[in-house]
Design a protein around this ligand. Structure first.
Ligand code: PRP
Length: 216
């Protein structure tokens, strides 16, 4: 029996579309869809094993070779400085890293600003490039309330539809980087499972190309 390829999937935001794409490639994801509280799942023919974890843990499992492949947002790769694991832009889960705040925020002000974010490294890099010294406060979620409650002058966060900003009266002052789901691969796994991994990458690549053509 061949060893299954282990794929780490990001729970939540990317989960549904990831499963849809894998299924369209003929990879059985029945167990993933009917997972209940199970966290390690198999495809029917046992060629693939899936683990469902938080985004940053996808990176950890791939980095340590426990998972051969992972599907995770570019935001996580940028924040953790792990771009080198990336093999393919999957072109879904598209959003942007943005600087946002209340409309009265003045990005040109020379006053030392306080920035709230779930992505302190991305924010620090951006303000360093701007030549601005800022104080960064790490927040775990619902970052949009920080400028509303006076914790911070502005936020650096991901914006997808822009609905959360709009509903909370915040506006975008700058776009830092585009984000989408990426396929990441462990280098040792690539040597061990060269053919099935490259086969999967090729199939994903063709799927993305076909979808882009259909969208035009
Ligand atoms: C993300 C992000 C924004 C929101 C943006 O949060 O941090 O809050 O989504 O999406 P939108 O532009 O479509 O409104 P997430 O849903 O991951 O939850 P969190 O705030 O608890 O981290």
């Amino acid at each position: 029996m061949t060893t299954p390829i282990t794929i780490a999937l990001t729970k939540g935001r990317l989960e549904k579309e990831t499963i849809r794409i894998l299924e369209s490639l003929g990879i059985d994801c029945t167990e993933v869809k009917d997972k209940g509280r199970k966290l390690i799942l198999q495809s029917q023919n046992r060629d693939f094993r899936f683990i469902l974890v938080k985004a940053v843990d996808v990176l950890t499992y791939v980095e340590h070779g426990v998972a051969d492949i992972g599907i995770v947002g570019k935001d996580v790769l940028l924040e953790n400085g792990k771009d080198d694991f990336e093999m393919l832009d999957l072109q879904f889960g598209k959003c942007d890293f943005c600087l946002a705040s209340v409309p009265s925020y003045d990005p040109e002000s020379q006053r030392r600003k306080v920035i709230a974010t779930k992505y302190p490294n991305v924010a620090a890099h951006y303000f360093r490039q701007q030549g601005q010294d800022v104080e960064i406060i790490k927040i775990e979620g619902s970052v949009e309330i920080a400028p509303l409650l006076g914790l911070a002058d502005a936020i650096v966060d991901i914006v997808e539809t822009g609905e959360t900003l709009r509903e909370n009266g915040l506006v975008i002052f700058d776009k830092l980087a585009p984000i989408s789901a990426r396929l990441i691969v462990n280098r040792t796994a690539l040597k061990k499972h060269t053919q099935p991994i490259f086969d999967l990458i090729d199939r994903l690549d063709t799927y993305i190309e076909n979808r882009q053509e259909a969208d035009v």
